[in-house]
Write a protein that binds this ligand. Structure first.
Ligand SMILES: N[C@H](CCC[C@H](N)C(=O)O)C(=O)O
Length: 282
């Protein structure tokens, strides 16, 4: 089968986007398709694949599969790319729409579409989930703020937040940049996270700015993680280190995260860029 795709990136977190509104690709098995298309030697190369699907509950449906084939509930950088893809392909009219995801209804709005293929998108990411039981993170209590966790004989202070997908946020004095690959894998697969977890290492610059490096569940170190940036902003606020609006500096670029006091929703604003369009045989 020859597939028509768009290769897109959101501050360096890259994805293959596919229109599966007719459901033809589902029959192939999305996990195997993700592993094949994400391979940077034998495929297109990406951190994940994202599918546009029909939805009864929302204007359109969204599924994301990591490069290892595992499915995630949501993807923040991917949602910006998805909004631009849906708009470019004319799958929906308008610049603000509701998207059905495994993390619930997400609402992206296109702020500006420039001529050089860059689209600026603001996404209402919904509410953060702090209950360990719902993250899931197998510890007691209503919230998991600075919880001791030992992995590979090292102890960490983990603040866990879900944006539909799980995140373990760890504040360090100063980022060396090696943290994700050195410490990420053993935390990602720690038994206290029964569905595994994304892992964020954070250096606080000021009460309105942090730096973050990420080891992603199912994808390894990536240049950026949108849901991780949201989880980071929530975690550093809960720790009393930042306010409710934070610039999160990632390897691939910056995201502006606002955690609204009025409705508890998180707004994430950033770019989505079309790198190229193509056809691939699978
Ligand atoms: N690896 C993540 C999914 C992609 C999330 C990330 N790329 C983002 O921008 O939010 C997980 O398994 O939960």
């Amino acid at each position: 089968m020859v597939l028509d795709f768009a290769k897109m990136e959101g501050i360096g977190n890259d994805f293959v986007l596919l229109d599966d509104m007719d459901g033809a690709l589902g029959a192939m098995g999305y996990p195997a398709l993700a592993r094949k298309l994400c391979d940077r030697r034998f495929g297109v190369g990406a951190d994940g694949i994202i599918l546009a699907l029909p939805s009864d509950a929302c204007d359109i449906g969204f599924r994301i599969f990591n490069s290892d084939g595992s499915e995630a509930e949501m993807c923040g950088n991917g949602m910006r790319c998805f909004a631009a893809f849906v708009n470019d392909r004319g799958l929906l009219a308008g610049t603000r729409f509701t998207v059905e995801t495994k993390a619930g209804t997400i609402v992206p709005e296109i702020i500006e579409a420039t001529r050089d293929g860059v689209t600026r998108v603001c996404v209402d990411m919904g509410e953060p989930v702090l209950s360990p039981r719902k993250i899931p993170f197998d510890v007691e209590g209503e919230r998991a703020v600075s919880v001791p966790l030992t992995a590979d004989d090292r102890e960490y202070a983990v603040t866990a937040v879900s944006m539909g997908n799980p995140h373990a946020v760890i504040v360090v004095d100063r980022l060396t940049g090696d943290e994700p690959t050195t410490f990420g894998p053993s935390i990602e697969t720690h038994p206290l996270f029964p569905l595994k977890t994304n892992v964020e290492f954070v250096e606080v610059v000021s009460s309105s700015e942090v730096k973050m490096r990420v080891w992603e569940r199912g994808a390894g170190e990536t240049l950026a993680c949108g849901t991780g940036a949201c989880a980071t902003a929530v975690a550093t606020n809960l720790l009393g280190l930042t306010g409710r609006e934070v610039k999160v500096g990632l390897k691939g670029g910056d995201l502006i995260i606002a955690w609204n006091e009025s409705d508890n929703h998180i707004l994430k604003t950033g770019p989505a860029t079309l790198v190229f369009e193509g056809r691939v045989t699978v």
